[in-house]
Design a protein around this ligand. Structure first.
Ligand code: G3I
Length: 368
């Protein structure tokens, strides 16, 4: 199940781990794992839901980490529109997502639905000749998916709407064609299909100090204000929080966006947290320490605000992590720095300094 193009070293380790523990974790792993602080409990004690993207990888040790530390899980890619219904001829395929629901139910976890609209992964079959026809088609998709999974109580209804350069609405796909009217339509349709669920729009690059992030923060905030002025049913802002070592973070500026969103009545969810360590030292101990420090500064700065009610990692473990297998696209790293180490657990699903750093921040967070 590991993604295509995984690293050979990682693949070898996984193969050995998978063979050795095909059905259950050896006692030594269980003892070590059981001795760790439990992130979902630390978060819950202060009203913060802790979770991770998950892709149903079958490795027992990896699954134990997800089960133990996550109060909420997000299908990393299997719940996106083309994965569920790629074309007009294909029936809706819920088989994989149903397995997420089973896993979550087994481990008393919430499911965060991701996502009902993303221009990066369009469903062209849902585009009509007119806006009315498009609303019929795309509205049917939203109603079918959100209506089926009533156990999903939070949704990224629309993902990544603000352009990286203009800092205004993207000009592609249906938001590009119909603008705020389409965004409002998607939110209202999701509310009708899942009246119990909290609805979010989700975006990235609002976390750093650079002008790029400053512009995106302003663009995201303008979007939130316009949607609230339209009366759109919006409950939260997803702040993806893909932190890059080459783009120093600005927790205070991120806090400012959170505070403005809270002024509009919105929660903020840290929705896809990871640290891309591409410019950090090659020495693993030093690199892990600096990654832990970035997690500490970012979460300490953002969790100061009571409107931040959720922290989801976009892979809690290096064992299955998009930063490792999509490396040719993300941050060309100097060869001497070796494989990325973005997450709280390493490729053997053992805790890293970042795990203990996050545990401490969660334990010390002000109660919501
Ligand atoms: O599609 C195949 C599937 O058939 C195969 O069985 C499976 C085997 O592992 O691989 C699948 O391949 C890829 C999958 O990741 C697993 O690696 C998909 O082609 C590929 O599109 C998918 O990429 C995901 C990407 O979103 C697009 O959905 C990444 O895992 C996921 O981390 C990434 O997540 C996005 C968020 O949704 C939005 N924010 C940015 C974030 C990172 O790009």
């Amino acid at each position: 199940m590991k993604p295509p193009g995984s690293l050979s070293a990682v693949t070898r380790r996984r193969a050995v781990a998978g063979m050795g523990v095909a059905l259950c974790m050896p006692a030594v792993w269980r003892a070590r794992a059981d001795s760790l602080p439990v992130l979902r409990d630390l978060g819950a004690a202060n009203g913060i839901e802790v979770g991770s993207a998950f892709s149903l990888d079958p490795d027992p040790k990896y699954r134990a980490v997800i089960a133990r530390h996550c109060a909420v899980i997000t299908p990393e890619w299997q719940m996106k529109p083309p994965q569920i219904k790629p074309d007009a001829e294909s029936p809706y395929n819920f088989s994989i997502v149903d397995r997420f629901m089973e896993f979550a139910a087994q481990h008393r976890q919430a499911i965060h639905g991701h996502t009902l609209y993303w221009a990066h992964l369009p469903i062209d079959w849902a585009v009509g000749a007119t806006f009315e026809e498009t609303k019929r088609l795309y509205g049917g998709f939203i109603r079918t998916v959100a209506g089926r999974y009533r156990q999903v109580d939070t949704w990224d209804v629309l993902n990544e709407l603000i352009d990286d350069d203009s800092w205004k609405l993207r000009t592609d796909y249906l938001v590009g064609q119909y603008g705020y009217d389409f965004i409002d339509f998607c939110l209202r349709t999701a509310r009708e299909a899942a009246p119990h669920a909290r609805l979010a729009v989700n975006d990235y690059w609002v976390e750093c100090a650079a002008q790029l992030c400053e512009g995106k923060r302003a663009g995201v905030l303008d979007m939130l204000k316009r949607l609230k002025a339209m009366g759109s049913p919006l409950d939260a802002l997803g702040i993806q929080s893909h932190l890059y070592s080459r783009m120093p973070i600005d927790p205070d500026a991120t806090f400012g966006l959170i505070n403005e969103a809270a002024g509009l009545g919105l929660e903020s969810w840290i929705s896809e947290l990871d640290v891309n360590d591409s410019t950090l030292p090659a020495d693993i101990a030093e690199r892990d320490a600096q990654v832990a420090d970035i997690y500490t500064r970012y979460l300490t700065g953002t969790l100061r605000h009571p409107a931040v009610t959720r922290v989801i990692f976009w892979g809690i473990s290096d064992y299955y992590n998009w930063v490792l297998y999509d490396k040719e696209h993300w941050d060309q790293r100097p060869p001497e720095t070796g494989d990325a180490r973005p997450a709280l657990f390493d490729t053997a699903n053992d805790p890293k300094p970042a795990f203990y750093a996050v545990a401490r921040v969660l334990a010390e967070a002000r109660p919501r």
